[in-house]
Design a protein around this ligand. Structure first.
Ligand code: TNX
Length: 618
């Protein structure tokens, strides 16, 4: 070890002075931030004045202030002498602002003596979130500084979505609320709740109790595959869970208080094993017995497009619509194998009678039938891009997940579109690096930088068609995500990148600034709030190969205050190894390869995976 160290000359220089952050740490970066001189000193004496004390945003803001350790009271401006507004040390939060603001927009002015927020509805709520992000705690409890600035802000897209699959693994009410809290803090506004799938039906339906009695339980779960082989390993443990209608109503209210609309997804006609396990009569072959799925993938046991099934689906959707007041009802529509329909005499006849071309026509027939019903109830149907198979239902919106092609085609036909392509880094079940140390995942590759780089508006669309791109969503499928800690690991920090691609004008996007100056500040705060996250590898270190006799290392941790330790000899780095203190040049001995490994350890002791760079002088 000593010998090798001797051979490589480590020339450290002082770390480069950090550039000033033009967005003052705010995620997502606002439309415009004009910094002015000085700071506002927030103290326990700071008066918080509001013009609408009963407003739901004010209630939420008060709660968040308490949680952050500030105990200031919030005062109705109508009950105090208005002259007090001219007093120093006050924050005025105005909801009844009469001036012009863009949709969901706000303006926030921080001066040395006072702070003024103007906004309406969600804009007001987002302004409060920005204000909270700007409050930097001092060492004195209850005290904070807020840097002076003038901020104008509004979102790029009206649909800013985050999805969660609760079928493959179930997440309880508390977790869902924390998920919603996170979304709200980052100005996301649609929660796509994937409530049903082959592996479990998770929503109480009063008219069809077997959906949860039978459909919410599976006998066991695939744990993983044996390394190097393809043998599956199961856990032999029954698994289940569902939300009662009361719990759902509670969550819907919780979300709506935070300006989040829930898009419930009831999968059909595929991904319905749990449904036909409960009610085999809704399949094309009721003589079979079906089991709630214990493994992942596509299943051939799908719904049959007959009267009885449609009647049941309408009953189910009626209950769903009573629970979820939002505009969109998501009916899945993805990955529906046509085998059962091909085998069914009834389906063959239906194709002839309804002059459909084939089973793809039947998929379209299915979705159109449901769409007519959903529209008749005053709602809009949304589905995965497979709902285009055989022709798109007349008013449907499309979620483009198999790349962008489906979204492009739908927008060209004049349909609204949400972009959520797995290839664009929006599948948060995909791995965050290529390292073998990443936890088991479904596969794929979606590092933070890739998510960040995604632009939801495809170049193939003209100006008119682009208007149909309502926004963007990331999906968290949970086949291999069984715990809250892992869900948060997969979500963070990528959800911060999602929030920026959904909110921030394209011209303001800057990955270096986002990751090094802002994500780095947010992660410790998220940790303090009790969230798990993936400690990113330092900038400048990734799983790479390099050649030459000199190798310059310049590393930046993406968690404020974190330390980077390294080894050059293939050993697993830890706190007892060399501490990186600034840029260094390694001289690589002739004909040798150095294995430069790094680990990031945060102030609280959270550890990154180990990164490996092979440096070769051959
Ligand atoms: C595809 S995205 C699916 C899901 C899986 C996911 C895994 C979509 C509409 N269908 O059923 O969970 O891939 O990444």
């Amino acid at each position: 070890m000593k010998k090798i160290l001797f051979l490589i000359a480590l020339a450290f220089s002082a770390p480069a002075i950090a550039q000033e952050d033009p967005y003052m740490g705010i995620i997502p970066a606002p439309v415009s931030v004009k910094k002015t001189k000085g700071v506002f000193h927030f103290t326990p004496e700071t008066i918080i004045l509001v013009d609408s004390p009963d407003n739901k945003s004010v209630r939420i803001f008060k709660g968040l202030l308490r949680q952050a350790g500030y105990s200031n009271t919030v005062t109705d401006i109508n009950t105090v002498d208005r002259k007090r507004w001219d007093m120093k040390n006050s924050i005025m939060l105005a909801q009844n602002f009469k001036g012009d603001l863009p949709a969901e927009g706000y303006e926030l002015e921080v001066a040395e003596t006072k702070v003024q927020l103007n906004g309406r509805g969600s804009g007001y709520f987002y302004g409060l979130q920005t204000l909270l992000q700007l409050m930097h705690k001092t060492t004195n409890p209850g005290y904070a500084t807020i840097p002076c600035a003038l901020i104008h802000d509004n979102p790029r897209f009206s649909y800013r979505g985050m999805h969660l699959d609760v079928s493959r693994h179930f997440f309880d009410v508390d977790f869902i609320k924390r998920y919603i809290d996170l979304m709200a803090a980052y100005k996301l506004n649609f929660f796509h709740w994937h409530l049903t799938d082959d592996q479990g039906w998770r929503i109480e339906i009063k008219k069809y109790p077997k959906l949860t009695e039978v459909g919410s339980k599976r006998a066991q779960t695939l744990v993983g595959k044996i390394k190097g082989g393809d043998a599956d390993v199961y856990d032999n443990t029954p698994y289940g869970g569902f939300y009662t209608q009361d719990q759902i109503l509670d969550i819907v209210t919780y979300a709506s208080e935070r300006f989040i609309t829930i898009v419930p997804e009831i999968e059909m006609p595929g991904h319905c094993r749990a449904m036909v396990a409960a009610y085999p009569e809704w399949s094309c072959d009721p003589t079979q017995t079906y089991k709630v799925a214990e493994t992942w993938g596509e299943f051939k046991d799908v719904l049959c497009p007959n009267e009885e099934t449609f009647k049941a689906l309408k009953d189910i959707l009626r209950e769903v619509m009573l629970l979820f007041p939002g505009k969109y009802i998501h009916v899945g529509g993805d990955e529906c194998p046509k085998d059962a329909w091909k085998k069914s005499e009834f389906c063959r006849q239906l194709i002839v009678d309804s002059t459909l071309r084939d089973e793809n026509g039947l998929q379209s027939y299915f979705i159109r039938t449901i769409e007519r019903f959903v529209n008749s109830q005053g709602r809009s149907l949304i589905g995965w891009d497979e709902i285009m198979e055989g022709g798109l239902a007349p008013n449907a919106s499309v979620m483009s997940w198999r790349g962008e092609a489906g979204g492009i085609a739908a927008a060209q036909l004049g349909h609204d579109v949400i972009m959520t392509p797995g290839s664009g880094g929006l599948y948060f079940d995909h791995a965050q690096s290529r390292s073998k140390e990443e936890p088991l995942s479904i596969g794929g590759y979606a590092p933070l930088a890739k998510t960040y780089a995604y632009d939801p508006v495809p170049a193939a669309l003209n100006k008119e068609q682009q208007k149909h791109v309502l926004g963007v969503q990331a999906n968290l499928w949970t086949e291999y995500i069984a715990t809250n800690a892992k869900a948060e690991y997969m979500l963070l920090p990528r959800m911060l990148a999602l929030s920026e691609i959904a909110w921030t004008p394209k011209a303001n996007k800057d990955y270096k600034n986002f990751s090094e100056q802002r994500v780095a500040k947010h992660l410790p705060k998220l940790e303090a709030a009790g969230f798990n996250y993936r400690v990113p590898e330092p900038v400048g270190a990734s799983d790479t190969l390099a050649n030459g006799d000199k190798f310059k290392i310049e590393l930046t941790p993406l968690v404020e205050g974190a330390k980077i330790y390294f080894t050059i000899d293939g050993y697993q780095p830890r706190e007892t190894d060399l501490l990186y203190t600034g840029p260094a040049t390694l001289n690589i001995p002739k004909d040798k390869t150095i294995e430069f490994k790094t680990i990031v350890i945060t102030p609280s002791g959270k550890r990154s995976i180990v990164n490996d760079i092979q440096m070769s002088n051959k």
